[in-house]
Structure formats: C-alpha cells, structure tokens
Design a protein around this ligand. Structure first.
Ligand code: HEM
Length: 409
C-alpha cells in the first residue's frame, strides 16, 4: 500500500513465526486500525509467490464473500498450498464457482437443514456419552485426541457411511492434510505426504465408491457417487475431493471449536459458572467461541478483474485472504472484542460471511458443539488445564493440537 507506513509495507502476515500460538491477533488489530486491506509481499514459505491482500474488517470480508464474480474460488482456496495438489482442491465444490458449485451443493442442502440435523440429536448424544464413558476412572486426558476427535469423526463417519473402525485412520489422514505445514502432524513433509500417503487414501476411497456403485445407500458418499450435473456424473477425482472436503470440514472445524470453547471456559471460571448455573446459555457460549476462535483462519479468493476494495487497487489475478480471526474481532462490530462473554450470542463470520460458499454444516456443527459442551460440563464441572495447550502451526486450520486436562478438581 502506498500510504502505509514502511513497517506495514514490510509486514508479512502469513509468516510462520507469527502463527506459532494461534492467529496473530495483535498484528490483525493493528492492520484493522492502520491498513485494513493490506498487501504482503512474496510469501515467506514460497518466495517466488507474488504476494497477497489481507482483508481484516468484517464489512470488507462480507463484500468479498458475496461477490463471487469478482472474487473467485476456482483457482485455489488456500493462500499457501505448501504443495497440496491444486486439482484436489479444485475438485471440491468449495473450490468451484457457480454454476457447478451451486448444483453440487444443492444435492446436500436438504440433509443439512436444522430440522433434518435435529433428528440426529439422540445419536450424537449417544456417541458423545460413549466416548466419555471410555474415560471412566481416568484422572487426566487430552481433550483434542481423546474426546473431540473420536466424537466428531464418528458423527461425520456415520453421515458418510463409514465403518467405525475406519474413523481413526481417516481422521489421522485428514489431520495431516489440513495441518500440512505443521512438522508434528506432518513429520515427513507435504511432498512425501502427497506422493506416499495420498494415493492409498484415494484408492481406499475408490473402494468405497465401487461399493456404493454396486450397492447404493442413502449416505453422503452415495450422494457424491450418483450426483448428476447436466447429465454428467462427477469424475472419480471430484468424488474423492468431495469426500475429503466433507471429511475435513466435518472433522477438524468442529473439533477445533469444541476444544477452544473448553479452553476458554477453563480459563474464565466466572463464564463457566454462568453456564453451570444455566445450561441454556451453552448455544450462546458456542457462538462466542466461534467468534473468538474461528476454526478456519482464512479462505482465499482470486480476483477475476480489476477492482477496488477498501480504497485499494486490486488487480486481476491478485490473491485475497479473508481473515476470519480478524473480522470476528472487528471493533466496529463488537464492543470490547477481546472479551470472552458467554452471554453475547454474537453474529460472526466463522462460517463465512454469506455468499455462495457459506458453510453447509452450520446446523450440524452447532448441534455437535452444544451436545459436546453440555455433556462435558455435566460430567466434569471442575475440569482444569493440566498442561500447556499447543497449537497446530497453520495459517489455515486454526486449532489446538493438544489440550491436556484434569477431569476432576
Ligand atoms: C465449527 C465448525 C465449522 C466451521 C467453523 C466451518 C467453517 C466454514 C467456513 C469458513 C466455510 C467457507 C465459507 C466461505 O468461504 O464463505 C465453510 C464451508 C463449508 N463447510 Fe463448514 N464449518 C464447520 C463445520 C462444518 C461441518 C460439520 C460440515 C459438514 C459436513 C461442514 C461443511 C462445509 C462445506 C461442505 C463447505 C463448503 C461450502 C461451499 O463451498 O458452498 N462444515 N465452513
């Protein structure tokens, strides 16, 4: 930006060093004040890259999200791909523009209305109770791997028609793929992950696809397999991409939000007490956690034509990152945005900011989160931190890697 201070000119928002403990909230707060639409030069991790725009205010995130003609999702929805094959991303309907995007999404929408999702409440509560029963007699556990992961994996696994024994291996593969830049989740590096682990994942998925072709079911994998868009079925790669999209969206985002909610409640005893006194506040607390700790730090768009955003000249081909951890703490929208307030029940952009790609799974995520938080509070009202939580190092998937807790005081 020509009118930015030199320091802002040099600021590289996606620098790994800023992201070791979650999103860089101070940097975002400064950008919202001083340079709400900010240009970062070549991405540190890929120096030949041209750079990108950061959109940090809620109104601008909203404007970009609603204008898919100018801000396309079809090039890539990731700012830094680290080597994730672009064809995989473009085969997901989140990585497509209308009309194809709309046609595929429409196939799923009926199953994801609050009414349809409400019918799964008992099943989700039973899954949650089962996972917590397995902790009987334990004093400590890791909420990420021992509570959140098995619950969300079984819920999305049941929607996809997977066998329960496959939940863990699929969840591990998806974790690796989403946490592509984190050396703990991905010790071999993305190139090897792509060359060694992706082909068996694809083949495993294709075996399930063959099975559905021979024996159609009413699960979401069958929906992908039998989808017909203008007389054409999806390609095998599009089916695989759709499968990965639904598995990734269903697993990691809900897991991320549950664990950040619980962490915030353990760190704010007064707020937890409000919930313990009145469990009907749980949905409001969940919305507040979604606002403060959105599970996806960004989605990217690419300009299809020259445009102006927040007074800045966007050129055709420029990359644009919509930073939800920033827009959700926008001082123009929220009073005292850094305060975690379980009674706030805010609107937020954790599920996107409207427009074509608005999250398909909001009703499912909200129901899972309500049940998970309620059941945790009922069983472990005095749960406390038993060690330092750690973050996945990622500018995309914003979540804790571990959250060690003491189950009872
Ligand atoms: C707390 C949990 C979740 C969060 C924070 C979340 C967030 C998001 C966000 C930010 C987007 C992109 C919005 C945009 O680009 O405008 C998205 C899209 C999507 N989400 Fe979610 N999500 C969650 C749970 C789920 C669940 C449980 C599912 C279930 C399968 C799901 C399925 C999807 C799908 C399929 C898309 C792509 C929609 C499209 O391109 O039209 N999400 N989600």
């Amino acid at each position: 930006m020509s009118n930015a201070q030199p320091e802002l000119d040099a600021l590289q928002v996606a620098d790994d060093e800023l992201w070791t403990e979650g999103p860089p909230h101070e940097t975002f707060s400064r950008l919202r004040r001083e340079c709400p639409v900010h240009w970062s030069r070549g991405i540190a991790q890929s120096p030949h890259d041209a750079g990108f725009w950061s959109v940090t205010k809620a109104d601008d995130v909203h404007a970009v999200s609603r204008d898919w003609q100018t801000y396309s999702s079809a090039s890539n929805i990731l700012l830094i791909d680290h080597g994730v094959p672009v064809e995989l991303v473009q085969g997901m309907f989140i990585g497509m523009d209308p009309p194809k995007h709309d046609r595929i999404k429409a196939l799923f929408q009926k199953a994801f209305t609050p009414k349809s999702i409400g019918q799964h409440e008992d099943a989700i509560r039973a899954i949650t109770a089962g996972v917590m029963d397995d902790l009987e007699g334990r004093e400590t556990c890791d909420l990420v791997t021992e509570v959140a992961q098995p619950v969300v994996a079984r819920v999305i696994g049941s929607f996809m028609g997977l066998d329960p024994e496959d939940d863990k291996p699929w969840a591990e593969s998806i974790n690796q793929l989403l946490g592509f830049g984190d050396p703990d989740l991905n010790p071999k590096g993305i190139e090897q992950l792509v060359s060694e682990d992706l082909p068996p994942m694809y083949e495993k998925c294709m075996r399930l696809v063959e099975d559905r072709r021979a024996h159609p079911t009413d699960d979401m994998l069958s929906t992908l397999v039998f989808a017909e868009i203008d007389g054409d079925v999806l390609t095998d790669l599009e089916i695989f991409s759709g499968f990965v999209l639904l598995m990734a969206a269903g697993n990691d985002s809900t897991k991320a939000t549950y664990t950040s909610t619980m962490r915030a409640l353990m760190e704010h005893d007064d707020q937890r007490q409000l919930l313990l006194d009145d469990l009907s506040l749980v949905p409001s607390a969940v919305e507040e956690a979604l606002r403060m700790f959105p599970a996806f730090a960004h989605f990217r768009r690419t300009a299809t034509q020259d445009a102006t955003l927040g007074g800045c000249p966007i050129r055709k081909g420029d990359k644009i990152a919509l930073w939800y951890p920033s827009s959700n703490r926008d001082e123009d929208r929220y009073e005292d945005p850094e305060r975690f307030d379980v009674t706030r029940n805010p609107e937020h952009q954790a599920f996107g900011a409207g427009g074509r790609h608005f999250c398909l799974g909001t009703a499912l995520a909200r129901l899972e989160l309500k049940i998970l938080v309620e059941e945790t509070l009922k069983r472990y009202p005095t749960m406390s931190l038993a060690g330092e939580p750690t973050w996945v190092i990622s500018q995309f998937s914003s979540q804790l890697k571990s959250l060690p807790v003491k189950l009872a005081a």
